[in-house]
Design a binder for this molecule. Structure first.
Ligand code: HQG
Length: 181
């Protein structure tokens, strides 16, 4: 499959598995899961026909492993990034001492004041390395990078989770734990 088509399918899946399942006429089960058969049938009904093989290819080739099948391969879900309420069953973990966040200059005044807030998502998303953070920030323009003192924030009682695709998640990062790089 061409990269452009993979991206088109990935965006279609992100929209429906993270944000608006009702647009497609599917319901997310606990954990954000949808039956693969139900999903493929709904895609076909919506004029977006997709085969099981194409779905597998998109899941496997996604640079960020946005989606995952369950162990039996009968259900699929987005690994993170939801705006609809969904219990992902994430397990709290001790974060690495430093994490990173990529944003843009326009957001900095508010971030300096309020820290990082989850905005439309369920959590603040943090990257394990500078390169990934730069990539995330560059989605919105020239990236500006922040280092997060995750060790201190964790020691202060914050809970951290790591999603299946390596993104670190927490509720908020107050300004005193941020350093501009
Ligand atoms: C900013 C993508 C003003 C924040 C990526 C960001 C990631 C504030 C934006 C994942 C703020 C939210 C998440 C505050 C934070 N005031 N702006 N207090 N606090 N912001 O998209 O981290 O392609 O919700 O800096 O790769 O950019 O979806 O979060 O610019 O992993 O798979 O508000 O999304 O993955 O934007 O990206 P987002 P994000 P996917």
């Amino acid at each position: 499959m061409e990269k452009a088509q993979q991206t088109r399918i990935s965006k279609f899946l992100s929209l429906h598995l993270r944000h608006q399942p009702e647009l497609l006429g599917v319901t997310l089960e606990a954990g954000g899961w949808v039956g693969v058969k139900a999903l493929l049938a709904a895609c076909a009904r919506r004029g977006f026909p997709l085969t099981r093989e194409q779905l597998e290819e998109v899941v496997t080739s996604s640079d960020k492993q946005r989606f995952a099948f369950d162990e039996s391969g009968t259900r699929i879900r987005a690994q993170q990034g939801h705006s609809v309420p969904v219990e992902l069953g994430l397990v709290a973990q001790v974060p690495p001492p430093k994490l990173y966040h990529g944003t843009v200059a326009a957001a900095l005044p508010a971030i300096r004041e309020q820290g990082l807030q989850k905005m439309q998502r369920h959590h603040v998303h943090l990257s394990p390395d500078v390169e990934t953070a730069r990539h995330v920030g560059s989605r919105r323009g020239r990236p500006v990078l922040l280092a997060v003192d995750a060790a201190a924030l964790h020691a202060a009682g914050a809970t951290f989770y790591q999603s299946g695709n390596g993104v670190w998640l927490t509720d908020e990062v107050p300004p005193q734990y941020l350093r501009e790089l």
